[in-house]
Design a binder for this molecule. Structure first.
Ligand code: SF4
Ligand code: SF4
Length: 228
């Protein structure tokens, strides 16, 4: 899922300071699951904004807080918010950057304030309360060849053909040895599975055209004009 983190309150207050009417919108997708941007966090942010304005002696503030199913879906975002957004000049979004941009596109006359920083695509370890980056959406997945461990993301240099000379005792030289070397993990995994032929396979440099930004997917393919 998309991993995000709430921005420092000072930053949110600064972006919202000129508005007397604010709509705070959470997202029931990724940011809600990781307890950063759902209904509950929207209500908490509402209380904090009200408190901040009171402390500054500025009493006139109307805030509504709610959450919608997904902010990254054009139709869901526009149908869920169409009636409520009209009463507010600004919306504070607790969704990832995709949600914020979807709202900005659907409601171009409103100021959309991002309240979270989008970090990465990652895995949640609920027990440890940690998130780990696992995929960089490279557009050409090679996990089948690497024992389900992504070298593009988990190797600090995104190497494709085994470890660099910097690994020491299974640890990566980047990051002061705190992370495992992805290629040692891959080697061990493939060895366990008796698949070391995949480890020695030579992989050509990647074709980065598949991950040029901005990418698109789906829709009807354009019909090519036939030459007369
Ligand atoms: S190879 Fe890695 S970055 Fe590419 S799609 Fe697979 S998991 Fe994601
Ligand atoms: S030590 Fe391992 S994980 Fe780190 S950059 Fe080299 S190959 Fe990649």
């Amino acid at each position: 899922m998309i991993i995000a983190q709430q921005k420092p309150l000072k930053e949110i207050f600064e972006m919202a300071k000129n508005f007397k009417r604010l709509l705070i919108v959470g997202c029931d997708g990724c940011t809600s699951i990781i307890q950063v941007g759902g209904e509950k966090q929207a209500q908490v942010l509402k209380s904090l904004l009200e408190m901040e304005r009171r402390l500054k002696g500025k009493k006139k503030l109307t805030i509504e807080a709610s959450s919608i199913l997904r902010q990254c879906d054009r139709d869901i975002a526009s149908t869920s918010l169409r009636s409520s957004v009209k009463d507010y000049p600004a919306v504070i979004s607790l969704a990832c950057g995709v949600g914020v941009q979807t709202l900005a596109e659907q409601f171009p006359d409103k100021i959309i304030i991002p309240a979270v920083d989008t970090k990465f695509i990652g895995m949640h370890d609920t027990e440890a309360g940690k998130f780990y980056e696992m995929c960089r959406a490279c557009g050409d997945c090679i996990l089948f060849e690497t024992g389900g461990i992504c070298p593009i993301t988990r190797c600090a240099k995104s190497l494709l053909n085994g470890p660099c000379g910097g690994q020491a005792k299974g640890k990566c030289e980047v990051g002061e040895g705190k992370n495992d070397c992805a290629w040692i993990l891959i080697y061990n995994r493939l060895k366990e599975r008796n698949k070391l032929d995949l480890f020695t396979k030579f992989r050509l440099p990647r074709d980065y055209r598949v991950s040029e930004h901005p990418r698109e997917l789906g829709g009807e393919p354009e019909e090519k004009e036939e030459k007369a």
